[in-house]
Design a protein around this ligand. Structure first.
Ligand code: PMV
Length: 361
């Protein structure tokens, strides 16, 4: 599909007002996206597990307006007006206007809330941009009821990408791949796709406990981190490695070989942070407790042979990944050894989910 495929034809309907509500999950990458080119195109392909519990619920009410200058919207976060989110949403609307030409015809009331605790350090941009894109697509479908399901979800992913790259992987469930890869049919830099190859059932119920090591603001944003890959001395090799890791993951995901899975996933997490440490300027997002947790995971795995591993996103929190079959003993391990490294002892249990859902209000 090309960019032109996302430009709509004439709309059949022109409703005076209406509403759309969607809930979209967060996601955690196994092979990481780090580095991009304009506009929000990934420097390398990535793949993620779609989460379930960590999600954003967004409602968009719309009403025809007379003045068609600029965009008109009110924004409420967890019930309260949220002025500081507005510039990001405004930029997003500017970016997607050519694909949703009705945006200036309506006044929108956007109400959004997260399932995870406020300022828990969990990025809400992926679930937030996915939920908002789905609501806007839902409105487009009210204007164009003939739209088919596949186009609906592909375009929602395309729009979400323009809001926040990894958000394009928060539309569909289980495993989502994003970024053109020669050996993955239908893969695209412009949107995420459901992973098209065999996936062992063990991964359909995989658990992710997010250990909240540091809930404060990151010193360096993802936006800046992505940019620093442009003049990065190791960028070329890193991008190639991500392509290779996707090839290596294919038989691992099919067979459920957790030993190989762990090696690949932990290597990806540490490579992501190695890229940060070797950027110019360099930076470190891990905290001492991040390293304490990693060392304890390695010791526990060696001692008990439990297939538990970690991954990291662009922050200090640790995602503990394990199959649901060992959940009980891993929960004890978390309580006994890892919770003490979390801010206020906080962590969130999550698992692989089925993707975004429409909420009927
Ligand atoms: O979507 P962004 O721009 O916030 O970048 C996300 C980057 C990582 O979370 C570090 C990796 C990934 O693939 O999700």
């Amino acid at each position: 599909m090309t960019e032109n495929d996302f430009l709509p034809g004439d709309y059949q309907n022109s409703p005076e007002k209406g509403k759309a509500t969607w809930k979209a999950p967060s996601n955690i990458a196994l092979v990481k996206y780090w580095g991009k080119r304009p506009v929000q195109m990934p420097a390398n392909p990535s793949i993620s597990l779609t989460l379930d519990v960590c999600a954003t619920r967004t409602s968009v009410s719309f009403e025809k307006r007379d003045n068609k200058e600029g965009f008109s919207f009110d924004l409420f976060f967890e019930g309260n007006p949220k002025a500081d989110f507005k510039p990001k949403i405004y930029t997003f609307l500017e970016r997607i206007e050519m694909y949703l030409p009705f945006l200036k015809e309506y006044h929108f009331t956007i109400e959004t809330s997260n399932s995870f605790p406020h300022s828990s350090g969990i990025a809400s941009s992926a679930s937030g941009m996915a939920a908002l894109s789905l609501c806007l697509m839902d409105i487009e479908r009210q204007l164009d009821p003939a739209m088919d399901q596949a186009s609906f979800f592909t375009k929602a992913s395309y729009l979400a990408r323009l809001g926040s790259g990894s958000a394009c992987r928060s539309i569909k469930g289980n495993l989502v791949q994003w970024g053109k890869h020669g050996n993955i049919p239908e893969s695209s830099d412009a949107y995420g796709i459901e992973y098209p190859f065999e996936v062992n059932p063990v991964f359909r119920s995989y658990c992710d406990t997010i250990l909240l090591v540091h809930k404060g603001q990151k010193q360096v944003s993802s936006t800046v981190g992505h940019q620093l890959m442009h003049a990065h001395p190791y960028a070329k090799n890193r991008f190639q490695q991500a392509f290779d890791h996707l090839d290596k993951l294919k038989p691992v995901l099919a067979s459920g070989d957790l030993g190989e899975f762990i090696k690949l996933v932990e290597s990806e997490a540490l490579t992501l942070h190695a890229m940060m440490m070797t950027s110019m300027p360099y930076f470190i997002l891990m905290k001492p407790d991040t390293l304490e947790i990693i060392n304890k995971i390695w010791a526990y795995r060696k001692e008990t042979k439990t297939p538990v591993c970690f991954t990291l996103d662009a922050g200090a929190n640790v995602h503990l990944l394990y199959p649901s079959s060992v959940k009980k003993k891993v929960l004890n391990f978390i309580e006994d050894e890892l919770a003490e490294h979390c801010e206020n002892g906080q962590y969130i249990h999550d698992q692989v989910g089925e993707g975004a859902i429409k909420i009927n209000t």
